[in-house]
Design a protein around this ligand. Structure first.
Ligand SMILES: C[S@@+](CC[C@H](N)C(=O)[O-])C[C@H]1O[C@@H](n2cnc3c(N)ncnc32)[C@H](O)[C@@H]1O
Length: 297
């Protein structure tokens, strides 16, 4: 299924590939840098215990409202005004003082995402849009999130909390040298030092991780360690296509396990047909025995 929102750096285009690179066995799935959650919404819910996390408080509040108060959220959005002055008013209010009511806060934040240019939250997009056309996506996301634990933590604290030998972390941090895109409303900021902090914690975990990054020398060097696999995937750069036909963008996928384990076990199931048709049923996780989970602080 699709995400109910768009977000800078969203993995819509890569989600099918990413799911084929998941380990075969795990019990906990933790999406550390959640954003629009394209991978979470695409993956089979299976029987694993799932966690969605993002450090952006406004984004997480929106997820919690989609999960807990979908009807109230839709009512709040029903008569949304797609106008520049409303957009600026909501942006200023969310930047300076948060409205106390979580549903109102979620509705305003969603409007900022929907009505801003390229979902950048900063400038009004001036695009016609019927807000109620998004409501079926809210309903689907509400059902999908029913058993997902939603967290609002810095990655280090989250990883420490959920790390176990059978945990699997999918991580899609702000790309190297694009950290500034995530300095907007609700964000805490991600710095160059955070890339090192992330590497240091990932090198010590008991569980498995799959990390997506932009392909660059700095990140390659950071993860150039025995036991770490890297794969490059190139795709057309949608933004640059307008000016430079054929422009490509390289993504780096990094893991501390064998990323091809799943395709080797089920080569027939990993045909291009299956991948391109989005037939994820055949790629479903091997159900792992469920253990008792509890939420630690
Ligand atoms: C590249 S985006 C993730 C996109 C997501 N995979 C998707 O499909 O939409 C990176 C996310 O990391 C979040 N983030 C930034 N700093 C963080 C931190 N210290 N801990 C956890 N999340 C953080 C940002 O709010 C942003 O949503």
């Amino acid at each position: 299924m699709n995400s109910f929102m768009s977000w800078i750096g969203g993995k819509m285009a890569l989600r099918e590939l990413i799911v084929t690179l998941f380990p075969v066995e795990y019990e906990r799935y933790i999406e550390v840098f959640g954003g629009a959650g394209w991978v979470l919404f695409y993956k089979n819910p299976g029987k694993d215990f799932e966690v969605f996390n993002d450090f952006n408080e406004l984004l997480v509040n929106l997820y919690r409202c989609v999960k807990e108060y979908p009807e109230e959220l839709k009512s709040s959005l029903k008569y949304a005004l797609n106008s520049r002055s409303e957009f600026n008013r909501m942006k200023d209010t969310l930047t300076n003082t948060y409205p106390g009511d979580p549903v109102e806060r979620a509705a305003w934040f969603y409007q900022l995402i929907r009505y801003s240019y390229a979902s950048g939250l900063t400038s009004f997009g001036s695009q016609p849009h019927d807000m109620s056309s998004n409501f079926p996506l809210f309903d689907q996301a509400h059902s999908r999130l029913s058993k997902v634990v939603i967290e609002n933590k810095d990655f280090e604290k989250l990883i420490r909390q959920y790390d176990r030998p059978m945990s699997f972390f999918y991580l899609d941090p702000p790309y190297f040298e694009t950290e500034g895109y995530y300095m907007n409303i609700g964000e805490n900021g991600f710095t160059a030092a955070d890339h090192l902090r992330l590497r240091d914690i990932l090198m010590r975990i008991e569980g498995k991780f799959l990390l997506s990054y932009n392909d660059c020398a700095f990140i390659r060097e950071l993860y150039d360690t025995p036991g770490i696999q890297m794969e490059t995937h190139t795709r057309l750069n949608n933004i640059k296509q307008r000016y430079d036909n054929g422009a490509q963008f390289s993504e780096l996928l990094i893991a501390n396990y064998d990323m091809r384990e799943r395709s080797r076990r089920n080569p027939a199931q990993m045909s291009l047909f299956d991948i391109s048709s989005g037939n994820e049923l055949v790629l479903a996780e091997t159900p792992a025995p469920l253990i008792n989970y509890y939420q630690e602080e």
